[in-house]
Design a protein around this ligand. Sequence first.
Ligand code: SF4
Length: 497
Amino acid sequence: MPATSPFTSHDLDTLAVCPRRLWLERNIQAETTQAAFVGHPERDPILHAALAENPEGQRICNGPDLQAAVNETNRHLAHTNHRPLFNACFVAAGPANAAAKDPAPRITVTADILLPAGEDSWILVEVLPALRIRERSLERVAHKVWVLERCGLEIAGTIIRTINPEFVLERPGEYRGLFSDHHVLGRVRHLVNEVPGILETAQAVVKDPEPELPLGPHCTNPAPCRFLPHCTTRAPGPQWPVTILPDGGWKKWKRKGYDDLLALDEQEMKPREAMIVAATRSGRPFHDLEGAREAIGQWTYPRAWIDFEAASPALPRWIGTQPFQQVPFQFSLHLEQADGSISNHEYLCCDGSDPRKGCAQALVAAVPANATLIAYNAGFERSVLRRLARDVPDYAEPMLSMAERTVDLQPVARNCWYHPAQRGSWSIKAILPSVADLDYDRLEIKGGAMAQDRFLEAIDPSTPRERRQEIEEALRAYCRQDTWAMILLARRLTAAG
Ligand code: SF4
């Protein structure tokens, strides 16, 4: 995104989290950065459901051409008979910094819905694909109110429309009752006044050299920042910071003033943390071979190494489902026999139909009745199987039986293996490079969240057939790698050397 293009609500959100990330997105990253909901795979279906409640509404087609969307919005505001507007697009300029001779910073926002509230006033509705309102959502609404008022609209109210968790889809396309409205103008008024100052700060951050800011929890939480490799190589501080200690174990040492993991005394630490320090100090992996052999040796053959991918869309798609309900749409299974032979079995449903019954049928066909199912972080797989038992009653018994027979490879890895390159994580993606020549960077889909986004893209009726096929291939490659990776990990854990 060119540094001179107008700021978006997303930019101001980013500024609040990390000014350096804003600088990188505006100055380095060529790829367009979208707002958290604009560009969200569920944006269109959810807005469509919201639109159904106001069938007389007018939708603005805001494509990539910002000026065209603003012009179209202005045309509708000037000529329509005060009808609801969807996706109306506005641009406003903030105060110019005369001393620095900078042009006034501009900001563009998209109003999800504008409802007429009288002759000359409007109610701004922000549709949030979430169950709760967070502070960030209020700030985002404040940005919009500030821009709309600057553009001359009178805002009589603001509503945040969240998802009602009690909703159950009973008829196709019938979403009445899906949303809960929260009137928030009183809560955002004071935030509106802060917008000019925030815009000035954003402009200064983008114009100045890249800020040198330390890494912190905001770099990985709630999701890893895509600039992490860039910042890690430039970060001031130790190569092995105490923050790699898992489960919040680092906080205690930070409070005591420690930054460097290698400065810690293993004698004063819990066994797992002491093991991490020892492995990091020596550069050699920790490996409890006997422990791994004992744990894995108890798993009888045939072994069904299994991994599910599930979608939990805010907008329920299938009869009987609720918002954010986990619906499995794919599994990969490597079936390993006692003689060492392995076969791969898969299920994937990307045609938009309800995938649950097909998934249960495919499981029954692929998993022998005496198989041990093995998953990584198996709580998820067990919960998917139990949910399938409820949702597909004809297959309840085999699903419950499989849930009972599912064991977990992750605790074995946590107890028996640690390589310094894991940097405190036992996710399969963190552990894999140290045990096998496999990585996820070569795959188009690199994680579960991405798999879910691609699935939602694939089932969207507007997605071309060729793109759907590409997504299917990418999903198959990703899920297959997850189960193959488990086999390689188990082999490494039980091999000497
Ligand atoms: S890795 Fe951390 S410091 Fe770097 S841009 Fe991302 S959030 Fe900011």
